[in-house]
Write a protein that binds this ligand. Structure first.
Ligand code: GUN
Length: 280
C-alpha cells in the first residue's frame, strides 16, 4: 500500500506557481489578484478561507477578503460580487460555499463572469466540462485528477465509483473521470446496494461528508482510494474513509489530513494564475 502524499505534491506545484506569479508581476506590473467573499461566519468556511488567503500570500497572489453579514440581502451580495468582478486588478472571484439560508447560490455565482470563475462553478464552465471541452474545473476534483496522474494511476478503462453527488466535488469529478475514459458510477444517499457497487471499484472516491463511512468490506483488494472528507472526531481529524482498515486493502490511499485538502488549495492558486494570464 502506498500513501498518496498530497501535501508534498501540492508543495511542488506551489513552488512552480510562485515563479509563475512572480513572472506575471514583472511582466504586467501588477500582481495576480483574487477576491474571496465570505458570507456569515460558518466556522469550517472560516478555516478554509484562512488557508486560501495564507496560500495566496505565500505564492505572491494579492488577495482581497470581503466578509459580509449572514443576513445580507441577495441584491446587496450580488452588488458586492459584481463590483469585485468588474475590477481589472482582480483576476479571480471566489464566493465560499455553503451560503447562509435565504441566499440563492446560483444567482450569486452567476454574477462572476466565466473568465474570473476560478472555482469552475459557473454554468459556462460546467457546460464545458460536461462536453469535454476546455474550461476552468472545480478545485477539489481537479486536485484529485492531478494526484492520480502524478502517481501514474490511469483512469482509462477502469471502474471508478464516486460516493457523493455534490456540485462541488462528486458531479464534476464523475465528469472528469468519464472524460478520462473511466467507467463511472455516481452513488448517493438513495443508492441501493452501495456496498456491492463500491466493492467493484478500481478507483473509489469518498465524498459523502460522513466520518469513516467507507469501511474495509466496501473496498476491493488493490483499489485506489481517494478520501475527500474531513471531520473532527474526539480531537482528531479523520476522513470519509476508515483509514486504519481500508489502508490494509488499498493499493494507494490518500491520508486525512495531507491528501486531497492541500491539492484543493494548490488548484485554486493555479486556476487564479491561469485566469490572470488569460485576461492579460
Ligand atoms: N466550499 C467547500 N469547498 C469549496 C470550494 O472549493 N470553493 C468554494 N467557493 N466553496 C467551497
Amino acid at each position: 500500500m502506498k500513501i498518496i502524499d498530497g501535501k508534498q505534491i501540492a508543495a511542488d506545484i506551489r513552488a512552480d506557481l510562485k515563479a509563475r506569479a512572480a513572472a506575471f508581476l514583472s511582466k504586467k506590473g501588477i500582481p495576480v489578484g483574487l477576491a474571496v467573499v465570505q458570507i456569515g461566519d460558518d466556522p469550517a468556511s472560516e478555516v478554509y478561507i484562512r488557508n486560501k488567503i495564507k496560500a495566496c500570500g505565500e505564492t505572491g497572489i494579492r488577495s482581497v477578503l470581503r466578509i459580509l453579514p449572514a443576513d445580507i440581502l441577495q441584491e446587496e451580495a450580488e452588488y458586492v460580487v459584481e463590483t469585485l468582478a468588474s475590477d481589472p486588478a482582480i483576476h479571480g472571484v471566489l464566493v465560499q460555499l455553503p451560503l447562509p439560508n435565504g441566499l440563492n447560490a446560483s444567482r450569486l455565482l452567476a454574477c462572476i463572469p466565466a473568465s474570473k470563475d476560478v472555482d469552475g462553478f459557473s454554468a459556462e464552465n460546467i457546460g464545458a466540462l460536461a462536453k469535454g471541452e476546455p474550461g476552468t474545473v472545480a478545485c477539489t476534483p481537479l486536485g484529485i485528477m492531478e494526484l492520480l496522474q502524478r502517481y501514474g494511476i490511469r483512469p482509462s478503462g477502469k471502474r471508478a465509483v464516486v460516493l457523493g453527488r455534490s456540485n462541488i466535488v462528486g458531479k464534476p469529478l464523475a465528469m472528469l473521470l468519464n472524460n478520462a475514459d473511466a467507467t463511472v458510477t455516481l452513488c448517493h444517499s438513495k443508492t441501493n446496494g452501495l456496498r456491492e457497487i463500491s466493492r467493484r471499484a478500481d478507483i473509489l472516491v469518498a465524498a459523502v461528508g460522513r466520518p469513516r463511512f467507507v469501511t474495509a468490506e466496501m473496498v476491493k483488494e488493490g483499489a485506489v482510494v481517494i478520501d475527500v472528507g474531513i471531520h473532527r472526531a474526539d480531537g482528531k481529524l479523520c476522513g470519509d474513509v476508515d483509514f486504519e482498515s481500508v489502508s490494509k486493502k488499498a493499493s494507494y490511499i490518500t491520508p486525512v489530513p495531507g491528501g486531497v485538502g492541500p491539492m484543493t488549495v494548490a488548484m485554486l492558486l493555479r486556476n487564479t494564475i491561469e485566469a490572470a494570464e488569460r485576461q492579460a
